[in-house]
Design a protein. Structure first.
Length: 295
């Protein structure tokens, strides 16, 4: 395909579109758009030829990480990002600004998945990373990339990635397991009704989270016991069982550099639930009221 011929085809199509869509029907004004597009110099520029220089290659090839090989040899800016982000190196705050198609996703995805893989190998469960996107479309596209990285890297075997976009992304029952092209998207039970995340001071990086949710109490227990809340609550609910629906309010302060100082408080509104805290305690039935907690 010759760029010059393609540019001419595009110009012709644009002319036809402008005349068909915007030509005035009034007899006095009719022909205005036709006269306008007749002189291309007034509204067409180009075609332009863009010559992109290759990104500077890194020095480690595919072997920057000790536990696995990356899909492609890293660029210099990717290796610089990995050195700052990896928990085996600096684990520092990082801002990446580079061109389209330069591998920005890999800049943070590999360090995150490496951390999760090493934690899983050490027997540590629960949620290890939270990635926030400004748009659902971007989150969906990045989710596919995460799924491909997990499926294509033996060291990441067994890792699970989930996506929550505030609405249904598939039919009921779909998205319950990881595949080579998709992450877990099934979230039919626990519904987040309101959520606010705030970072007041970037120099200290304390993440403040306020959230409200509704849904099965069993789903909330599962979330608690498979997230950092499990350690914050000192595993108090690790053996708890419950049934029925409830409403929840959570307030969390998470100092990223000092997670041992993280705090959580909130309340659970019980609506006739059935609860058993530990296997050797009695089952409480038709429990109604509020449970207020803090740490």
């Amino acid at each position: 395909m010759l760029p010059s011929l393609l540019a001419k085809d595009i110009q012709t199509s644009l002319k036809q579109f402008l005349v068909a869509a915007y030509e005035p029907a009034d007899p006095f004004m009719h022909g205005l758009m036709s006269r306008f597009v007749a002189d291309p110099s007034g509204w067409l520029k180009g075609p332009y030829l863009q010559v992109g220089l290759p990104f500077t290659p890194g020095t480690s090839g595919r072997n920057f990480f000790s536990n696995f090989e990356t899909e492609f040899p890293g660029h210099n800016h990717q290796e610089a990002s990995w050195k700052r982000l990896s928990s085996q190196h600096l684990a520092d705050h990082t801002l990446v600004a580079t061109g389209t198609g330069s591998g920005k996703t890999e800049c943070f995805a590999y360090p995150v998945l490496d951390l999760c893989a090493r934690a899983r190998k050490a027997g540590e469960g629960g949620i290890k990373a939270l990635v926030i996107y400004p748009m659902n479309a971007l989150a969906t596209d990045q989710a596919r990339r995460f799924a491909e990285l997990v499926a294509g890297t033996p060291a990441f075997a067994g890792l699970r990635v989930g996506m929550y976009v505030g609405g249904s992304v598939g039919d009921p029952g779909q998205g319950m397991v990881m595949t080579a092209k998709a992450v877990i998207t099934d979230n039919p039970s626990l519904k987040i009704t309101e959520a606010n995340v705030k970072i007041s001071d970037l120099s200290k990086t304390v993440v403040q989270v306020k959230a409200q949710a509704t849904g099965p109490l069993a789903a909330m227990l599962s979330f608690t016991n498979n997230s950092p809340l499990r350690d914050i609550t000192e595993k108090a609910l690790i053996n708890a069982k419950a049934s029925g629906n409830s409403d929840y309010i959570f307030n969390m302060n998470l100092p990223i550099a000092q997670m041992d100082k993280a705090s959580v408080d909130g309340q659970v509104k019980l609506i006739g639930n059935e609860i058993q805290i530990t296997p050797d305690t009695p089952v409480l039935k038709k429990v109604t009221g509020q449970v207020i907690f803090n740490e």
